[in-house]
Write a protein of this length. Structure first.
Length: 133
């Protein structure tokens, strides 16, 4: 009796796993196009911000996107304006700072000056972390 129950459970689990795997594969496939579209939108946002702030030397913005997107946006701005230092924050108190090669600034020093209770790290080119709360 116990052996039969184990076989039944095993059979159910195996079929559920296969079913879940098939559904997951279908979900991933159907969302690949949406992800590519989203990534393109992020690149367009970064490009627009880079153009809008192309003449600024110190750019401080709060944009409610993920930390990874903060990095992409800051990098896009600095790639179009090497004289800029870009400090971006989001609603999760995350901070990203990138200093252009011609900015004459240090990203880590800039962040620490703006946020004395900064928890994170970095160097002259890049700094990342959280505002201390």
């Amino acid at each position: 009796k116990e052996h039969w129950q184990m076989q039944s459970i095993s059979s159910v689990l195996n079929s559920e796993i296969e079913s879940v795997a098939k559904k997951l594969a279908k979900f991933i496939s159907s969302n690949e196009a949406k992800m590519k579209e989203f990534e393109k939108s992020v690149e367009e946002l970064a490009s627009s911000l880079a153009s809008a702030y192309s003449d600024e030397k110190k750019i401080n913005l709060s944009i409610n996107v993920s930390r990874d997107l903060l990095v992409k946006i800051a990098d896009a701005i600095v790639s179009k304006n090497e004289k800029a230092i870009v400090l971006l924050t989001n609603k999760n108190n995350e901070i990203v700072c990138i200093a252009g090669n011609e900015s004459g600034e240090s990203a880590i020093d800039y962040v620490k000056a703006k946020y004395p209770v900064f928890k994170g790290g970095g160097n002259k080119r890049f700094a990342s972390g959280k505002m201390g709360v």
